[in-house]
Design a protein around this ligand. Structure first.
Ligand code: SF4
Ligand code: SF4
Length: 254
């Protein structure tokens, strides 16, 4: 086959893969995502989705992480999570122990009491759908993008598996899908929320520790959550403007 014919037969993805070799990690090349269709247009409104988490309500049952894996076909092996639960144990001597065995899916062993314990609590984590998302900024092919309703998504058709976004995310919210070889992470269950349903993790939480909503809708439970609680976000100094908000977060959480 002639070189010209081979070039014509390249799929767009292959073309992007070969292009990526010549694009530096911090490259900001944006390849138009005009062809992407994720159903946002069906909403017919300008939403701005986010999530609230009542840390004090979380009992560390891990049902959220389990439901997420099942809903989104996340690989069942450990190390691959779209959402996970961490347990913080703060000891009198200043030690802070953070653990998340199998993402919290199987629950947690009893807290070690070998030395005096001050407090222990659970913190569910997931992609923060940052307004100023470093992952979006570094993606060399525009596969990671922010939807019109404020959800950070990955278009698998365009992702070349270069891992730049995984390295750029300061929250460890992304992983490389072991079979698809594309970046994967929480989508707020985009396939559900665009049909008016709540994300799977919110739906199954037995203590209503997770609240989901549209910040552009006055009656949103998320707006009420933000009004009624002292709110924090993770790593605020990074200026990523996360849209996962925590109520009464302990100062040791990072
Ligand atoms: Fe991107 Fe990480 Fe922010 Fe999610 S938490 S939007 S993956 S930088
Ligand atoms: Fe915490 Fe609710 Fe998740 Fe259970 S389902 S770990 S209570 S957030």
């Amino acid at each position: 086959m002639k070189a010209e014919d081979r070039r014509e037969n390249l799929t767009r993805r292959e073309l992007l893969k070969s292009l990526a070799k010549y694009i530096p990690a911090a490259g900001l090349l944006w390849i138009s995502s005009g062809n992407l269709s994720f159903g946002t247009e069906k909403n017919g409104r300008n939403a701005n989705y986010g999530m609230g988490i009542y840390i004090k309500r979380c009992i560390g049952c891990g049902r959220c992480a389990d439901a997420c894996k099942r809903e989104n076909n996340v690989p069942l092996e450990p190390f691959f999570y779209r959402t996970w639960v961490e347990r913080y144990s703060v000891y009198m001597d200043g030690e802070v122990k953070v653990e998340s065995p199998n993402g919290g899916i199987d629950g947690f062993p009893p807290v070690e009491h070998k030395k005096p314990l001050l407090r222990s609590f659970f913190v569910p984590k997931l992609c923060n759908h940052c307004d100023k998302a470093p992952c979006v900024q570094v993606c060399p092919v525009g596969a990671t993008f922010k939807s019109p309703d404020g959800v950070v998504l990955v278009d698998e058709k365009y992702c070349i598996g270069c891992r730049y976004c995984i390295q750029a995310c300061p929250y460890g919210a992304r992983y490389l899908h072991p079979e698809k070889r594309v970046a994967d992470k929480c989508t707020f269950c985009y396939h559900r929320i665009t049909k008016g349903m709540r994300p799977a993790c919110v739906e199954v939480c037995p203590t209503n520790a997770r609240v989901f909503g549209d910040m552009n809708t006055l009656s949103s439970p998320l707006l009420r959550f933000k009004r009624m609680n002292e709110i924090h976000v993770l790593k605020p100094d990074l200026n990523t403007e996360p849209k996962v908000f925590y109520a009464n977060m302990d100062g040791v959480v990072r």
